[in-house]
Design a binder for this molecule. Structure first.
Ligand SMILES: [Zn+2]
Length: 240
């Protein structure tokens, strides 16, 4: 075994100390709200209204991507130049990375919806953080420079997740209108619930994955032109 000259040893020690300090500083920064890996400031407040007031609405789609319904939904949104938020299920991201790339390419906003769609309401912050980081890594494997400014807890079972998400730079994203499209109750009924339930500034919870979402896509294809002719605009949810 060779021994290093004294000067080389000193340099090595100094380098290790610098590295250790940098790692400590990085983990301390991650522990509080601020510019996290997602690149934005976030707070633990769960937002459920749009950025702009007036006749504005934000459409959000959970549990995809899903090769049966996400491409058709993206076609509908593109035809009407409407941008939405996609709350991605990490395991589905791993399976269908091309769909994630298309979502980003067409100007939509990403939201972390956890890796395996677990109920996190009783989880420790450390366990939640590990899941959110794993999901973020899966998304960035598909789209290396993707921004993921939002997090939505599966089932809306938030537990300690809002503060963890904020620490990672993601704003917790709730909703103000759910039409139970997961049942699904029929396209006519979905359209009726959307028309009756919308109020200015609504964040609407819909699904493009986790089951057959054909009715959701059909309802969105009908509701968008109806809303546009009524003077509604489509926008993003607020970030506080
Ligand atoms: Zn979900």
């Amino acid at each position: 075994m060779t021994t290093l000259p004294r000067r080389a040893r000193a340099r090595l020690l100094a380098a290790l100390l610098t590295l250790g300090f940098a790692l400590c500083a990085a983990s301390a920064a991650d522990a509080r709200p601020g510019p996290g890996p997602s690149g934005g400031h976030a707070t633990p407040d769960i937002v459920d209204s749009t950025q702009r007031g007036g006749r504005a609405v934000a459409l959000t789609f959970d549990d995809g991507p899903n090769p049966q319904d996400t491409p058709r939904l993206l076609d509908v949104l593109r035809r009407h130049r409407v941008r939405a938020v996609f709350c991605l299920w990490g395991e589905h991201v791993r399976r269908y990375p091309d769909l994630v790339r298309r979502i980003v390419r067409e100007g939509h906003t990403l939201c972390n919806h956890s890796m395996r769609h677990d109920d996190m309401s009783t989880w420790s912050p450390e366990r939640i953080r590990a899941d959110l980081l794993e999901t973020g890594a899966a998304i960035r494997e598909a789209v290396p420079h993707a921004r993921v400014p939002y997090f939505r807890a599966p089932y809306g079972a938030w537990g300690r997740s809002p503060e963890v998400a904020a620490g990672l730079g993601m704003q917790p994203l709730g909703w103000s209108l759910a039409v139970e499209d997961w049942v699904p109750p029929g396209t006519d009924e979905l359209v009726r619930r959307l028309e009756e339930g919308l109020t200015p500034g609504s964040v609407v919870l819909l699904h493009d994955g986790g089951g057959d979402r054909g009715q959701t896509v059909d309802a969105v294809a009908r509701i968008i032109p109806a809303l546009e002719s009524g003077g509604w605009r489509f926008t993003r949810p607020a970030r506080r």
